[in-house]
Design a protein around this ligand. Structure first.
Ligand SMILES: [Zn+2]
Length: 284
């Protein structure tokens, strides 16, 4: 699929090494204490459940950062976008996270990012109104299936069970390998001219977490923002100083501000991901 995509794969492998081997002990201990503290230790989590919580949060933070980085690339490199930009950068985030070779950890992260959309869909019992279809994003379940399709397309045999579990219709599944190849080809051709080193390395900072201290601790200790910033800075020739900031936003969100050239990750999103998976585990 081209040198760049291989490089993107390496990016996530580097991250893997840091999260799993490097800061894993710290991150794991935070994950362990965080949900139980809020529930007065009513329920202890098994090691497997703690791993699932950790993977879910890490997978969704990674996906969010790559998605926002995609917006940053579109605006900083003045890339043409055919179709909705939100769809394009979802695909880029998925591309960056889907491993070249089967890899249990990386599979868990990208599947967690897809699952988030299905879980949010399940939680939302409001009736759809006209305005809901007017959003710039695809509907939650459409975003879910788009990611599932790309994952499945990367290894139809290996992800046959996933496709079945996700109820991916066979007629869509059949086209997924070609869809993956097409988005990969498209992104690689757009990004290849911008391969290189950022003029100034992306700077990471953390704002006051307020009531989201626990989520902020987990985020900081995982080092995910630093690793993504470092890898993006050494892979792409961003012409201007980009910042990556974690802060309170008053909502579960993340966004790229093209004027301030800042990617903001809201503590609420990190906290929300954790609560979502904890509730899901408790409800089983
Ligand atoms: Zn977006």
């Amino acid at each position: 699929m081209g040198r760049l995509l291989v490089r993107l794969g390496v990016l996530v492998v580097g991250l893997l090494a840091m999260i799993v081997a490097g800061t894993a002990a710290q991150a794991a201990s935070s994950v362990e204490k965080y949900p139980t503290k809020k529930q007065s230790a009513r329920q202890a989590f098994t090691a497997e459940e703690r791993q699932e919580i950790d993977d879910f949060v890490a997978g969704n933070v990674l996906f969010t950062l790559y998605h926002e980085a995609g917006h940053a690339m579109v605006s900083e490199f003045e890339l043409p976008v055919l179709g909705r930009e939100e769809d394009a950068v979802d695909s880029l985030a998925a591309l960056m996270m889907i491993p070249e070779e089967p890899d249990e950890q990386q599979d868990a992260w990208i599947i967690a990012a897809a699952d988030w959309f299905a879980m949010v869909y399940e939680l939302d019992d409001s009736e759809m109104e006209y305005a809901d279809y007017a959003g710039e994003h695809g509907l939650d379940l459409q975003r879910y299936y788009q990611i599932i399709c790309l994952i499945y397309g990367s290894d139809p045999e290996g992800f046959a069970d996933l496709a079945e579990y996700a109820e991916l219709p066979p007629e869509r599944a059949e086209r997924c390998p070609d869809e993956l190849a097409q988005v990969a080809r498209s992104w690689v051709s757009l990004l290849e001219p911008h391969e290189g080193k950022a003029k100034k390395p992306i700077v990471v900072s953390y704002g006051d977490p307020g009531e989201y201290g626990d989520a902020a601790d987990v985020l900081r200790e995982s080092g995910v923002m630093e690793v993504v910033a470092e890898e993006l800075s050494t892979t792409f020739a961003f012409p201007n100083q980009i910042r990556m900031v974690a802060e309170q936003c008053g909502e579960e969100n993340a966004y790229w501000d093209p004027d301030a050239r800042t990617i903001t990750l809201c503590y609420e999103l990190v906290d929300g991901a954790r609560l979502l998976i904890v509730d899901d585990i408790r409800a089983r």
